[in-house]
Design a protein around this ligand. Sequence first.
Ligand code: MBD
Ligand code: FE
Length: 250
Amino acid sequence: MKDRVHDVVTAVIESVRQALTEKQVTLEEYRAAVNFLNETAAAGELPLLSDVYFNITIVENENAQHQGTRADLEGPYYLPNAPFLEDEIKTMEAFEGEAMLIQGRVTDTAGAPLAGAVLDIWQSTPDGKYSGIHDNIPVEYYRGKVRTDSEGRYRIKSTVPVPYEIPNKGPTGKLLQMMGSHTWRPAHIHFKAMADGHHPLTMQAYFEGGEWVNDDCCSGKCNEGQNIIPKKYEGGTRVMDIDIVLDKAA
Ligand code: MBD
Ligand code: FE
């Protein structure tokens, strides 16, 4: 482990030094950058800042090793202890969200169903907040786990999320704006899929035709995967058919 830390941190230090040299960064600029990181930490935004710029690279590393469903951004708002749900993700009545059904099948790369696989699902409120993180929204809302049945199927009700603006008043939002970027992500649903003997998968699903799907502020390549879900309605409910293929554990 020490060797791995040494190896990776040495490479990071070298690439930062190289950038500082290439751009002939001054003491004043260097100090401003350190202060920026300090403010970001004080605002609790280090996970956000990191994920905006670097989570995508980790995703690409994962996908280089994958046969199954493409991995995607985890983002900074996953909480591991969400409850198991009956048939519904708890949503807040204050928001009149459009009804949504998320359903599909979890299989291995040979197409065999994975019974008893766990899907951990999380999404933002319709005004772009995450429970357990923002505005004291109780953690039991907008999160939860489902288990696949004997045929690998799952089915859970929720409400349709809307495009998500990352907190734009803090240091991360300010930096994005200084960099000429907007602060929006397409509407999305987060998943972690886990099954015994299989490699866990962190992914997201997006909505066909959704705003920002082709222009995610987190450098997400939403449009390169299979994870843009076709527009489908059944009796006024937006149906998200999301099948997930998991690789065998190495
Ligand atoms: C999010 O909700 C998110 O999913 C990502 C990847 C980054 C910031 C906020
Ligand atoms: Fe998110």
